[in-house]
Design a protein around this ligand. Structure first.
Ligand code: COA
Length: 179
Protein backbone atom coordinates (compact mmCIF):
# COMPACT_ATOMS: atom_id res chain seq x y z
CA UNK A 1 0.00 0.00 0.00
CA UNK A 2 1.51 3.28 -1.09
CA UNK A 3 -0.57 6.38 -1.84
CA UNK A 4 1.38 9.36 -3.11
CA UNK A 5 -0.07 12.55 -1.57
CA UNK A 6 2.33 15.10 -3.01
CA UNK A 7 6.10 15.17 -3.60
CA UNK A 8 7.86 13.62 -0.55
CA UNK A 9 4.57 12.94 1.29
CA UNK A 10 2.93 9.51 1.08
CA UNK A 11 0.50 7.28 2.97
CA UNK A 12 1.70 3.77 3.67
CA UNK A 13 1.14 0.96 6.14
CA UNK A 14 2.04 1.53 9.82
CA UNK A 15 4.89 -0.76 10.90
CA UNK A 16 6.40 -1.87 14.25
CA UNK A 17 9.54 0.08 13.24
CA UNK A 18 7.45 3.29 13.54
CA UNK A 19 7.39 2.98 17.33
CA UNK A 20 10.23 5.50 18.01
CA UNK A 21 8.54 8.10 15.77
CA UNK A 22 5.19 7.56 17.54
CA UNK A 23 6.86 8.01 20.93
CA UNK A 24 8.63 11.16 19.78
CA UNK A 25 5.65 12.87 18.14
CA UNK A 26 3.03 11.88 20.70
CA UNK A 27 5.10 13.29 23.55
CA UNK A 28 3.51 16.61 22.50
CA UNK A 29 0.44 17.47 24.56
CA UNK A 30 -1.18 19.37 21.64
CA UNK A 31 -1.99 16.12 19.84
CA UNK A 32 -3.54 14.62 22.98
CA UNK A 33 -5.62 17.74 23.62
CA UNK A 34 -7.28 17.64 20.22
CA UNK A 35 -7.94 13.91 19.96
CA UNK A 36 -10.03 11.41 21.87
CA UNK A 37 -8.16 8.13 22.08
CA UNK A 38 -4.46 9.07 22.18
CA UNK A 39 -3.13 8.81 25.75
CA UNK A 40 -0.86 11.35 27.46
CA UNK A 41 1.88 10.91 28.52
CA UNK A 42 2.33 8.45 25.66
CA UNK A 43 4.23 5.38 26.85
CA UNK A 44 5.98 2.43 25.16
CA UNK A 45 3.02 0.26 26.21
CA UNK A 46 0.62 2.68 24.52
CA UNK A 47 2.64 2.45 21.30
CA UNK A 48 2.81 -1.37 21.51
CA UNK A 49 -0.96 -1.60 22.06
CA UNK A 50 -1.69 0.79 19.18
CA UNK A 51 0.63 -1.14 16.82
CA UNK A 52 -1.03 -4.43 17.81
CA UNK A 53 -4.49 -2.90 17.28
CA UNK A 54 -3.49 -1.62 13.84
CA UNK A 55 -2.10 -5.05 12.86
CA UNK A 56 -5.29 -6.75 14.03
CA UNK A 57 -7.52 -4.31 12.18
CA UNK A 58 -5.43 -4.83 9.01
CA UNK A 59 -5.99 -8.60 9.35
CA UNK A 60 -9.72 -8.17 9.99
CA UNK A 61 -10.25 -5.86 7.02
CA UNK A 62 -7.81 -7.67 4.72
CA UNK A 63 -6.16 -4.29 4.05
CA UNK A 64 -4.68 -1.44 6.09
CA UNK A 65 -7.26 1.07 7.30
CA UNK A 66 -4.88 3.11 9.46
CA UNK A 67 -2.01 4.68 7.56
CA UNK A 68 1.24 6.45 8.34
CA UNK A 69 1.70 9.93 6.89
CA UNK A 70 5.33 9.82 5.78
CA UNK A 71 7.76 12.46 4.64
CA UNK A 72 10.63 10.76 2.88
CA UNK A 73 9.75 7.44 4.56
CA UNK A 74 9.68 8.88 8.11
CA UNK A 75 6.36 8.77 9.99
CA UNK A 76 5.23 12.33 10.74
CA UNK A 77 1.57 11.59 11.51
CA UNK A 78 -1.23 9.08 11.16
CA UNK A 79 -4.64 8.94 9.57
CA UNK A 80 -7.28 6.33 9.10
CA UNK A 81 -10.83 5.11 9.01
CA UNK A 82 -13.09 3.96 11.82
CA UNK A 83 -16.35 2.04 11.46
CA UNK A 84 -15.30 0.87 8.03
CA UNK A 85 -17.39 -2.09 6.82
CA UNK A 86 -16.78 -2.31 3.09
CA UNK A 87 -19.66 -3.95 1.26
CA UNK A 88 -21.91 -3.63 4.33
CA UNK A 89 -21.99 0.11 4.97
CA UNK A 90 -21.61 3.15 2.73
CA UNK A 91 -20.17 5.24 5.55
CA UNK A 92 -16.97 5.59 7.57
CA UNK A 93 -15.35 8.09 9.91
CA UNK A 94 -11.91 9.59 9.37
CA UNK A 95 -9.32 10.68 11.91
CA UNK A 96 -5.84 12.18 11.67
CA UNK A 97 -2.99 13.86 13.52
CA UNK A 98 0.25 15.42 12.37
CA UNK A 99 3.43 16.08 14.38
CA UNK A 100 3.60 19.70 15.42
CA UNK A 101 6.77 20.73 13.50
CA UNK A 102 4.90 20.00 10.24
CA UNK A 103 1.72 21.99 10.92
CA UNK A 104 0.59 24.79 8.64
CA UNK A 105 2.07 23.48 5.38
CA UNK A 106 -1.11 22.09 3.86
CA UNK A 107 -0.05 18.50 4.57
CA UNK A 108 -3.24 17.27 6.27
CA UNK A 109 -5.44 19.05 3.74
CA UNK A 110 -3.65 17.07 1.02
CA UNK A 111 -3.90 13.87 3.11
CA UNK A 112 -7.65 14.23 3.71
CA UNK A 113 -8.12 14.93 0.01
CA UNK A 114 -6.33 11.65 -0.72
CA UNK A 115 -8.40 9.74 1.87
CA UNK A 116 -11.58 11.01 0.18
CA UNK A 117 -10.28 10.06 -3.27
CA UNK A 118 -9.53 6.54 -2.06
CA UNK A 119 -12.75 6.08 -0.06
CA UNK A 120 -15.07 7.43 -2.76
CA UNK A 121 -13.06 5.89 -5.63
CA UNK A 122 -11.75 2.32 -5.20
CA UNK A 123 -13.73 1.65 -2.01
CA UNK A 124 -16.99 3.06 -3.36
CA UNK A 125 -18.07 4.70 -0.08
CA UNK A 126 -20.84 7.30 -0.17
CA UNK A 127 -20.18 9.35 2.96
CA UNK A 128 -17.24 10.25 5.19
CA UNK A 129 -17.67 11.88 8.60
CA UNK A 130 -15.32 13.49 11.10
CA UNK A 131 -15.80 14.73 14.66
CA UNK A 132 -13.87 17.84 15.70
CA UNK A 133 -13.72 19.37 19.19
CA UNK A 134 -15.48 22.74 19.01
CA UNK A 135 -12.28 24.70 19.72
CA UNK A 136 -10.19 22.93 17.04
CA UNK A 137 -10.43 25.57 14.32
CA UNK A 138 -7.47 24.21 12.34
CA UNK A 139 -9.03 20.77 11.91
CA UNK A 140 -12.42 22.26 11.01
CA UNK A 141 -10.67 24.40 8.40
CA UNK A 142 -8.91 21.36 6.93
CA UNK A 143 -12.26 19.62 6.52
CA UNK A 144 -13.91 22.67 4.96
CA UNK A 145 -11.04 22.99 2.49
CA UNK A 146 -11.63 19.35 1.57
CA UNK A 147 -15.33 19.82 0.79
CA UNK A 148 -16.79 18.70 4.12
CA UNK A 149 -19.77 20.58 5.56
CA UNK A 150 -20.83 20.88 9.16
CA UNK A 151 -23.85 18.65 9.85
CA UNK A 152 -24.28 19.40 13.50
CA UNK A 153 -23.04 21.11 16.61
CA UNK A 154 -23.00 18.47 19.32
CA UNK A 155 -23.30 19.88 22.81
CA UNK A 156 -21.38 18.08 25.61
CA UNK A 157 -20.78 15.23 23.21
CA UNK A 158 -17.43 13.98 24.56
CA UNK A 159 -16.07 13.62 28.08
CA UNK A 160 -12.34 14.20 28.49
CA UNK A 161 -10.15 15.10 31.44
CA UNK A 162 -13.12 15.46 33.76
CA UNK A 163 -15.14 17.80 31.55
CA UNK A 164 -17.71 17.64 28.80
CA UNK A 165 -16.67 18.94 25.39
CA UNK A 166 -18.79 20.28 22.56
CA UNK A 167 -17.99 18.92 19.11
CA UNK A 168 -18.76 19.65 15.49
CA UNK A 169 -19.74 16.85 13.14
CA UNK A 170 -18.53 17.27 9.56
CA UNK A 171 -19.30 15.12 6.54
CA UNK A 172 -18.62 14.93 2.84
CA UNK A 173 -20.78 12.99 0.42
CA UNK A 174 -19.51 11.17 -2.63
CA UNK A 175 -20.60 12.84 -5.84
CA UNK A 176 -22.30 9.61 -6.82
CA UNK A 177 -23.33 6.73 -4.62
CA UNK A 178 -22.86 3.29 -6.16
CA UNK A 179 -25.22 1.33 -3.95
C1 COA B 1 -5.39 19.95 12.84
C2 COA B 1 -4.19 19.44 12.05
C3 COA B 1 -4.49 18.02 11.59
C4 COA B 1 -3.96 20.37 10.85
O1 COA B 1 -2.92 19.84 10.04
P1 COA B 1 -2.07 20.82 9.05
O2 COA B 1 -1.29 19.97 8.12
O3 COA B 1 -1.35 21.80 9.89
O4 COA B 1 -3.29 21.54 8.29
P2 COA B 1 -3.18 22.39 6.93
O5 COA B 1 -1.87 23.10 6.93
O6 COA B 1 -3.50 21.49 5.81
O7 COA B 1 -4.40 23.42 7.09
C5 COA B 1 -4.61 24.09 8.33
C6 COA B 1 -5.59 25.22 8.10
O8 COA B 1 -6.07 25.63 9.38
C7 COA B 1 -5.80 27.02 9.54
N1 COA B 1 -5.55 27.25 10.96
C8 COA B 1 -4.50 26.86 11.69
N2 COA B 1 -4.66 27.26 12.97
C9 COA B 1 -5.86 27.90 13.02
C10 COA B 1 -6.59 28.54 14.05
N3 COA B 1 -6.14 28.57 15.30
N4 COA B 1 -7.78 29.11 13.74
C11 COA B 1 -8.26 29.06 12.47
N5 COA B 1 -7.61 28.45 11.44
C12 COA B 1 -6.43 27.89 11.73
C13 COA B 1 -4.59 27.26 8.67
O9 COA B 1 -4.45 28.65 8.40
C14 COA B 1 -4.95 26.42 7.45
O10 COA B 1 -5.98 27.03 6.67
P3 COA B 1 -5.64 27.93 5.35
O11 COA B 1 -4.95 27.01 4.38
O12 COA B 1 -6.98 28.41 4.90
O13 COA B 1 -4.72 29.04 5.81
C15 COA B 1 -2.89 19.41 12.94
O14 COA B 1 -2.72 20.71 13.47
C16 COA B 1 -2.94 18.42 14.08
O15 COA B 1 -2.56 17.27 13.92
N6 COA B 1 -3.42 18.87 15.26
C17 COA B 1 -3.48 18.02 16.46
C18 COA B 1 -4.35 16.79 16.31
C19 COA B 1 -5.71 17.09 15.72
O16 COA B 1 -6.27 18.15 15.93
N7 COA B 1 -6.25 16.12 14.97
C20 COA B 1 -7.57 16.27 14.39
C21 COA B 1 -8.62 15.87 15.34
S1 COA B 1 -10.26 16.16 14.69
Amino acid sequence: MHLEVRPQIALTEIRPADKPALLEHLAAREIYENTLRIPYPYTEDDADQWLAMVAQSTREHGRPVHWAIRQNERLIGCCGFDHLALGRSHRAEIGYWLAEPYWGRGIVTAVVGKLCEHAFGPWGLGKLSAYVFADNAASARVLEKCGFAQEGYLRRHFFKDGRFLDARLFARLAESLRR
